[in-house]
Design a protein around this ligand. Structure first.
Ligand code: AHR
Length: 508
């Protein structure tokens, strides 16, 4: 077959570095993400290290997860960190009013989170409370975590059993301040972000990147207000500004917020509507990046997509406040599309965090409710297949003659998505065939360097609804792909319907 798509890649023109932090994660005190996900407690029969499930740690270490955002989400603006330190039996309880209205006993607090990050080898991203917290409370939390001398908070940390200061490179100033984080106006929050950010101090050798709670999807005015607020500081956007990044939240849903569609019981039309909505991340990132460019043309500040992913109706019979959903091949393709966009905007998108790591929304890992066993979702495998993009240099992928599309909701939806990166004598090319029914032949016109070898891996399954369960944990799993032909300057590959493929190139 004649290639339907020709992608031109200049292998000798590396672009900006794709931060490994776009492969970041998010864990909130929500449903079974922390309790029953990461945390089983020290007395559990489930193998654990200090209460943290070891199978979860092992699965995530294989993804080389670069950072973990915690404790929320909406929960962050209700959370008072002093409730989560000291002997567990003495910790106060609270109501988690956002998520299921359940009582939280604070068994998992600051020390447990930092221990989890150490086990994972992930950088902590702590989300501080602006909505119901004080400047002092936030300032003291940073001191507690990161100060090494005999300051009051460092002393308190030592009383609780931790001598050395931790390193905390990322700090969130509030969360969804336009909604659950306080229902604020943009200008009110922009002032608070400047104020709170001022007191999130760099102690000793610890340098914090402060991330101001950002916009909901395409609310470009929110980003503009935050950017203008920094620009009018005199020093302008600078490493020493009260915040160095602004965040963005964007979820992919299939219906309305009242009826978001089912995770596995969906039809072909639903599939294409989902893809159309997933592709919106490109326009949204572009829009926010354009606003940021106007105030920060040197691109000092980062855009941090610290919540993204699919959001479906909860699994039947589960607590609606726990946001537990299955994860199909469709979710994996949504993830692949997002990563292509993050790679393409590597200069501005410095971090992204899928919502959420375990048992909540587009999780990479599920704990099977009946068996208690760990299930890697199709989305997990996209993260695994993409580790070669971490900190590699982005390569532009130019499509000759356009891509096949399908008309959905009155507009053409691309049925193909791609991105690429290079590191030393290797390159990694990501290719998604989003057509549910037809294979796609893709030719790569490779320039600048010769290709010595290629290894292709594909993630697909019999149907777009295929998913992994405790009974069938590998229904959707990566496998080698044979349909590849190579010359020194080209690779031709036949992508199966509804599939995600990576080509690992060895360069001569
Ligand atoms: O990820 C679930 C919730 O979605 C988060 O708590 C909140 O920030 C967002 O609305």
């Amino acid at each position: 077959t004649e290639p339907a798509v020709t992608a031109v890649i200049d292998l000798d023109l590396p672009g900006p570095r794709i931060s490994r932090h776009v492969y970041g994660h998010f864990a909130e005190h929500l449903g079974r993400c922390i309790y029953g996900g990461f945390w089983v407690g020290e007395d559990s029969s489930v193998p654990n290290d200090g209460g943290i499930r070891l199978d979860v740690v092992e699965a995530l270490r294989a993804l080389r997860i670069p950072n973990l955002r915690w404790p929320g989400g909406c929960f962050a603006d209700d959370y008072h960190w002093r409730d989560g330190i000291g002997p567990r039996e003495g910790r106060p309880r609270m109501v988690n009013s956002h998520w299921g209205d359940v009582v939280e006993d604070n068994a998992f607090g600051t020390h447990e989170f930092m221990h989890l990050c150490e086990l994972l080898g992930a950088a902590p991203y702590v989300s501080g409370n602006v909505g119901s917290g004080t400047v002092r409370e936030m300032s003291e939390w940073v001191e507690y975590l990161t100060r090494d001398d005999d300051s009051p908070m460092a002393g308190l940390r030592r009383e609780n059993g931790r001598d050395a200061a931790w390193s905390v490179p990322f700090w969130g100033i509030g969360n969804e301040a336009w909604g659950c984080g306080g229902n604020m106006t943009a200008s009110h929050f922009a002032s608070l972000a400047r104020q709170f950010g001022t007191y999130v101090r760099d102690h000793g050798g610890n340098t914090v990147e402060r991330i101001a709670a950002g916009a909901n999807s395409d609310d470009y005015a929110w980003t503009e207000t935050l950017m203008r607020s920094v620009a009018t500081l005199g020093s302008g956007p600078a490493p020493g500004s009260p915040y160095q990044s602004v965040s963005l939240h964007h979820y992919t849903i299939n219906g309305s917020w009242e009826d978001k569609g089912d995770a596995t019981r969906f039809g072909l039309d639903d599939y294409y509507v989902t893809l159309r909505r997933a592709h919106r991340i490109r326009e949204i990132v572009r829009g926010h990046a354009a606003v940021m460019d106007a105030y920060d043309p040197a691109r000092v500040m980062g855009l941090v997509v610290d919540e993204w992913g699919t959001w479906w109706n909860v699994e039947p019979g589960t607590n609606p406040g726990f946001l537990f959903q299955q994860n199909s091949l469709r979710d994996a393709l949504v993830a692949a599309v997002h990563f292509d966009v993050f790679h393409d905007h590597a200069e501005r998108v410095r971090m992204a965090n899928i919502a959420q790591t375990v048992n909540v929304l587009q999780a990479v890992v599920l704990i099977d409710p009946e068996r208690g066993s760990l299930v890697r979702t199709p989305t997990y495998h996209v993260f695994a297949m993409n580790t070669g993009h971490h900190d590699a240099s982005a390569l532009a992928v130019r499509l000759r003659g356009g891509v096949p599309t399908r008309e959905v909701e009155g507009s053409p939806v691309p049925l193909f998505s791609a991105s690429a990166s290079t590191r030393g004598d290797t390159a990694l090319v990501s290719l998604s065939n989003l057509d549910a029914g037809a294979p796609l032949t893709v030719a790569l016109d490779l320039r600048g360097r010769a290709v010595a070898d290629v290894a292709a891996t594909v993630l697909t399954a019999p149907t777009i609804q295929s998913h992994n369960t405790g009974d069938d944990p590998d229904a959707v799993a990566p496998a080698p792909l044979d349909s590849v032909r190579r010359t020194p300057q080209s690779v031709e590959v036949v992508l199966p319907p509804h599939s995600y493929t990576t080509l690992a190139l060895a360069l001569a």
